[in-house]
Unconditional design. Structure first.
Length: 165
């Protein structure tokens, strides 16, 4: 691996490619198993042709276990804040029923659609800045509409771990 710097590295230099992705009809229980098997925190949701539709993150599963119900048309962060400050904390029974229903849902039904995306030629500083501003733990690298890679916050650490020669 060549030494990279904040100014010279590009998204393609640090992305995991191809991304481990799921199709829209993948059951959420299978998504969870895949994420555990590969020790990853997010998976892009794609069409059969590989075009990006959305993303499933660990946070979605965390919200489901906590009984936090989504509010359509809002970002995940907004939905979480609305729930927390609404004063309507989920009752155990309602949460269990919702959890059981949501286990049967598909990735296409549960994914967030406001995904942080970058292109393969974006410099690392821009990738990092975009992820920071959008409070994103992951960014999908796209070419056209196709998901070709993924970058996690952990990948950004690799640049700091490499020494200058």
């Amino acid at each position: 691996m060549t030494t990279r710097t904040r100014l010279t590295a590009l998204a393609r230099d640090i992305m995991s490619a191809p991304p481990i992705a799921v199709q829209q009809d993948t059951p959420m229980s299978d998504v969870a198993k895949l994420m555990i098997e590969h020790n990853i925190g997010a998976v892009p949701v794609v069409t059969e042709s590989g075009n990006l539709v959305g993303m499933i993150t660990e946070r979605i599963f965390q919200a489901e276990l906590a009984g936090i119900r989504p509010v359509e048309g809002r970002s995940f962060q907004e939905r979480t804040l609305l729930h927390l400050f609404d004063g309507d904390l989920a009752e155990e029974l309602r949460a269990e029923q919702a959890f059981a229903r949501d286990r049967m849902k598909t990735a296409g039904e549960m994914c967030i659609t406001e995904v942080t995306v970058v292109v393969e030629d974006d410099p690392l500083w821009r990738v990092s800045n975009t992820m920071f501003k959008q409070h994103a733990s992951h960014a999908v690298v796209i070419r056209g509409e196709a998901a070709i890679g993924i970058i996690a916050r952990h990948d950004l650490l690799k640049v700091f771990a490499e020494s200058e020669e």
